[in-house]
Design a binder for this molecule. Structure first.
Ligand code: HPA
Length: 267
């Protein structure tokens, strides 16, 4: 399947990206502000899952930005849309096969750490994956990666340094912490957030971890950033809503885009 998908993409563009970027909820516009060389909708590529989440456009954008060749996923796919971890891994693997070897993942997340406020940015130092199935379950494709990949450096140390330096030099506050992925689509209960907090999670969301696992397996160096859109359930009394998430994302997306751009520049 992936071979024919790559053939299709190659019939449309010979663009060879160095960096891949996944743009999460409310963050998709960065791809529109680049020197676009080609666009391919996920729906054009046979067998590829299409985005159904609000604000996710669902297409690859091949572009130059800050002098770098970048493939953007403008919108991702999630487990809660009914897709399997393997389907979520599919576009990540395609971007690796197209030539990218550095991956920047972004997401919207709920803040569990009491020092975080909505509108903060968090660099992922690590993740908790035990609530979601691995995309690597099933027969291993040895041409992609090893059966039992190491996850001690799931978020590349050098990329973390670059991100922290880019934030510091541009006066952008950047928190750091552990992200837990749950399947959703319902938000967590207060008891679940308390559990995640006791486990050491600083933020919670419905994406990214599956992608990070697949990306490490196929040889990407990964950097991931959360936009903290809300206090996680029970951290404050407020009820959660998808609208609040989009509102916060919209409020600080300009600053978040700037951070991503500076990281791309510094890589
Ligand atoms: N929980 C899960 N996913 C999220 C949240 C949250 O509080 N905020 C943004 N995505």
């Amino acid at each position: 399947m992936m071979k024919s998908q790559i053939e299709y993409i190659r019939s449309k563009t010979d663009f060879v990206p160095e960096i891949a970027v996944v743009l999460g909820s409310g963050l998709g516009e960065l791809a529109d502000k680049t020197d676009i060389k080609a666009i391919i909708d996920y729906s054009e590529i046979e067998g590829l899952a299409v985005s159904t989440a609000p604000t996710h456009k669902g297409r690859f954008v091949f572009a130059e930005i800050e002098g770098k060749k970048v493939v953007f996923m403008q919108g991702r796919v999630h487990l809660y849309e009914g897709y399997s971890p393997k389907q979520i891994a599919n576009p990540i693997r395609l971007m690796r096969l197209l030539g990218a070897d550095k991956l920047i993942l972004t997401n919207a997340a709920g803040g569990i750490n009491k020092n975080f406020s909505p509108g903060d940015f968090m660099l992922l130092s690590d993740h908790i994956s035990c609530f979601v199935d691995s995309p690597l379950i099933g027969e291993n494709d040895d041409s992609l990666g090893t059966r039992f990949p190491d996850m001690s450096g799931a978020y590349d140390k050098e990329m973390q340094k670059i991100a922290k330096r880019a934030a510091f030099e541009n006066n952008i506050k950047l928190q750091s912490g552990v992200y837990a992925q749950l399947k959703g689509p319902q938000f967590e209960t207060p008891a679940e957030i308390k559990m995640l907090s006791l486990m050491g999670a600083d933020a919670v969301g419905m994406s990214t971890v599956v992608e990070t696992i697949a990306a490490n397996h196929c040889g990407f160096r990964v950097c991931a950033l959360s936009l903290i859109t809300n206090f996680a359930c029970g951290i404050c009394d407020k009820q959660l809503s998808g609208e609040e998430i989009v509102e916060t994302a919209n409020r600080v997306s300009g600053q978040f885009e700037k951070l991503i751009k500076e990281i791309i520049k510094a890589i």
